[in-house]
Design a binder for this molecule. Structure first.
Ligand code: PSV
Ligand code: MN
Length: 395
């Protein structure tokens, strides 16, 4: 790839940031309030606008309902536009109401199941109103004890609920189905892995695609291989990026696992060039989103840093010498093939990223630009240290 083509591809990437990443959040032990943390959806959109102005590649913001519910969606879309952003994926919340203690779509009670379905239908309606093309569904459904509920009955109830939701999906809106191997259920989870999510999407139809949250796998799982499988089956819909050491830690993406992030992007970039047009177009339409909550680190800087880490991994994947890689693979030259990948990973892409940002008229160092801007100090003065936050319990 020519240098200018690499710069164009760097600037072509889009990364969605989450509204809940801008408000106060914490662990189940403590929520530390941060001065200036956004208290309302309007303030979250303002912060997301700032991240977009600094990075140039984050023009959409994911909402979580009911955390971000408003009466007037047109007005909210206007406010977003005023900050230079648009509303992106709509995330239903099927885990925070008392009724959902034993699950949502898989709940033993038909009344709770239908409440959960109604909520997702409302989210589809919201997506339609704000012009978003994604409803992103994560089910907290699971059990804590063997025997607590019948596993096959739960799976059937969930499948039935998903079918009702899918039937209400207008053309042009994608349903992303997110899996997670545990938590809040500690014994079983209804959608624990990519295979179950994939099977559910196949049952539903072409508008249903799998969402990979990088924090939702057991330690040691080969996520890039999952990505490759889903791409090859043309069912990878999106990502929730974050990093973790042990469980779903929601730390800054690429902070502890930069090589893994590079290998994930390596699969994506390779698939974009696949001769099978279905695979290539799937790769080109993957929705890249961040799903993080920053509990002790400054929120705006953490978000900007996350976007930069994603760009770094992406840029390194763009410069992999694919012809040499294929040649070494065909010859069975194990270590030369490995070295081709590692060479790209070890390349310093910071000058290319700085140049790409300059071509967008941006500061080559978005973190330094944020620090110089005085934005965080200003909103800290204006907003103070808020009790309200992301929507998370205790926040
Ligand atoms: C669940 O852990 C999850 O990854 C889902 O995407 C939720 O919508 C999100 O986190 C809430 O923070
Ligand atoms: Mn997620």
């Amino acid at each position: 790839m020519t240098d200018q083509r690499v710069l164009e591809r760097i600037n072509h990437l889009r990364v969605e940031t989450p509204s809940w990443g801008y408000g106060n959040s914490g662990t189940r032990f403590k929520v530390f309030g941060q001065p200036g943390a956004a208290r309302t959806i309007e303030e979250k959109l303002a912060d997301a606008g700032m991240v977009n102005r600094l990075t140039g590649i984050c023009p959409t913001v994911a909402l979580h309902i009911p955390w971000d519910r408003v009466d007037d969606w047109d007005a909210l879309s206007q406010i977003a536009a005023g900050h230079g952003v648009k509303i992106g994926a709509i995330n239903p919340n099927l885990f925070q109401d008392d009724e959902y203690m034993l699950g949502s779509l898989a709940h033993p009670s038909a009344a709770v199941r239908s409440r959960a379905i109604d909520h997702v239908l409302e989210c589809i309606e919201i997506a339609h109103k704000v012009g978003s093309s994604i409803v992103s569904l994560w089910l907290a459904d699971g059990t804590n004890y063997p025997g607590q509920d019948d596993l096959r009955s739960r799976a059937r109830r969930m499948r039935d609920g998903l079918k009702q939701i899918y039937a209400a999906l207008p053309p042009g809106i994608r349903l992303l189905v997110e899996y997670k191997f545990f938590e809040p259920g500690f014994y079983s989870t209804e959608l624990p892995d990519w295979g179950t999510a994939y099977a559910s999407c196949i049952d539903l139809g072409p508008q249903a695609e799998v969402l990979v949250d990088t924090g939702h796998h057991a330690p040691g799982v080969n996520i890039e291989q999952i990505v490759a499988q889903l791409l090859d089956r043309a069912r990878l819909g999106g990502f929730h990026f974050n990093a973790r050491k042990y469980a779903d830690d929601d730390l800054i993406v690429g902070s502890s696992n930069p090589f893994e992030l590079f290998l994930i992007f390596n699969e994506l970039v390779a698939a974009e060039e696949d001769s099978n047009e279905k695979v290539a177009s799937t790769a080109r339409n993957v929705a890249y989103m961040i799903d993080q909550s920053h509990n002790i680190e400054p929120k705006l800087e953490a978000m900007v840093q996350s976007v930069m880490n994603i760009q770094t991994a992406h840029a390194k994947a763009l410069i992999v010498d694919r012809a040499r890689l294929r040649e070494a693979q065909a010859e069975g030259d194990v270590l030369r093939a490995n070295r081709v990948l590692v060479e790209a990973y070890e390349t310093d892409v910071r000058p290319a990223l700085a140049e790409a940002r300059k071509q967008l008229g941006l500061d080559p160092d978005p973190v330094a630009a944020l620090r110089r801007s005085g934005y965080v100090e200003r909103v800290s003065r204006e907003r103070g240290k808020a009790a309200a936050g992301s929507g998370y319990p205790g926040a």
